[in-house]
Design a protein around this ligand. Structure first.
Ligand code: ACO
Ligand code: ZN
Length: 387
């Protein structure tokens, strides 16, 4: 099947206004002063650190595939095996030139209206932020009730109560790969737990503005962070990761559920994604575009990690060395250091100029921020396709 996550904007302009306009009828996150300078909802222009951006044509194709998949979503029952062929045929039929602005606008009109206002998940009632393409029988629902363990969703509280009496899950399906006192991380293979993966995507889309994929979960692993107590493991947030990424993405989508936000879990999830990359001996970068909150969190993480190393390091260090040590992609290192004004361009080369006083000033401003990943507690081997 096809991946339909929208690619990053070529110049930053087009995608930013797409998402910006869609936001007007939705609430979205509040970003405090001193945080992002962009209007809420606009997708961050992150062209400085964009990984190999696909061609314009491929981007248009991706959008159309997304539109087509959404049409299927509204038709409800997908024949999962036939999707790829159907997509190809439809794209052929339409002709590339007809991947037009009008149909994209139509799609945007449909998806800009927030459909589900609130959800109940575990002990929280959560106000949603964005549209999510739940199957049509949920069109008339203002509120949905999620089982916090299997993530099945229901229209009525009584249905959920009945479900909870039967549901025997007390944590996400899959392997627990990390445990640190009450915090656990589970790895869920989208292929082995397809319904769970799809439910998670429906749920996540309620808080993610940029386009995501709903049915093609086979190609993804989901890393679900939980706070555990005697009632079970309660989902705090997650990130998804392609099993194989040609663009060296080490994270596709990241979410901390609103009740748990601003407590350091986002930073933990980001750090975790880089720890996995280190174990794979790869450098990684998050899939673009990043949301404002995503960019803020990544910037914070990159800044702290790089400043910590520069502070301790004696003598020269190159961006390549920093990248090898941190698994952060060189472009992201460069853009972060440029933002911190720690880079000079001399004789055709970028040179890191880390004056100790400047480093101290930045470190003080960066603060410490919550939870660290204790790598000793990570028990994990990189994904290998089973034959
Ligand atoms: N206003 C200002 N700053 C904020 C806000 C806010 N509302 N929320 C988080 N931050 C800052 C924090 O201060 C912190 O910065 P610091 O480390 O420099 O102090 C940083 O962002 C991370 O904070 P955490 O508490 O670690 O992150 P959190 O658990 O809140 O999760 C996340 C961050 C995952 C981006 C969350 O806001 C979220 O789920 N947002 C909705 C979904 C989303 O936008 N995901 C990213 C899309 S991009 C992608 O998926 C590749
Ligand atoms: Zn359940």
């Amino acid at each position: 099947m096809v991946s339909v996550t929208l690619n990053a904007p070529i110049s930053g302009g087009a995608s930013a206004s797409r998402n910006g306009s869609a936001a007007s009828s939705e609430k979205g996150p509040d970003i405090e002063e001193g945080g992002a300078v962009r209007p809420p909802h606009a997708t961050a222009d992150y062209s400085a650190a964009q990984p190999g951006i696909d061609s314009y044509r491929k981007r248009k194709m991706t959008m159309v595939l997304h539109r087509i998949l959404d049409e299927w979503v509204t038709r409800e029952h997908l024949d999962l095996d036939s999707v790829e062929t159907d997509v190809d045929e439809k794209v052929e039929d339409k002709g590339h030139e007809e991947l037009d602005a009008a149909s994209l606008r139509e799609h945007e009109e449909f998806t800009k209206v927030k459909n589900i206002a609130t959800i109940e998940l575990g002990r929280y009632e959560i106000e949603t932020w964005y549209f999510s393409p739940f199957p049509p029988e949920y069109n008339d629902c203002n509120k949905l009730y999620f089982c916090e363990f299997c993530l099945n969703f229901m229209k009525r509280k009584e249905q959920l109560q009945r479900h909870m009496r039967k549901c025997d899950l007390k944590h996400p399906p899959g392997d627990e790969i990390y445990r640190d006192t009450t915090l656990s991380m589970f790895e869920v293979d989208g292929k082995k737990n397809r319904v769970y993966g799809q439910n998670l995507c429906y749920l996540a889309k309620l808080f993610l503005d940029h386009k995501t994929l709903y049915y093609d979960v086979d190609l993804f692993l989901f890393y679900v962070l939980c706070e555990c107590d005697d009632r079970g493991c309660h989902m705090v947030g997650y990130f998804s990761k392609e099993k194989h990424s040609e663009e060296s993405y080490n994270l596709a989508c990241i979410l901390t559920l609103p009740p748990y936000q601003r407590k350091g879990y986002g930073k933990f999830l980001i750090a975790f994604s880089y720890e996995l990359s280190k174990k794979e001996n790869k450098v990684g970068t998050p899939e673009r575009p990043l949301s404002d909150l995503g960019l803020l969190s990544y910037r914070g993480y990159w800044t702290r990690v790089l400043l910590d190393i520069l502070k301790k390091h004696k003598g020269n260090i190159s961006i390549k060395e920093l990248s090898d040590m941190t698994a952060i992609k060189a472009e992201d290192i460069l853009s972060t250091l440029q933002t911190l004004e720690l880079i000079q361009y001399r004789k055709g080369q970028h040179v890191i100029c880390a004056d100790p006083k400047v480093l101290d000033r930045h470190l003080k401003a960066a603060g410490r921020g919550g939870l660290d990943v204790d790598v000793c507690k990570l028990i994990w081997t990189p994904y290998k396709e089973q034959t």
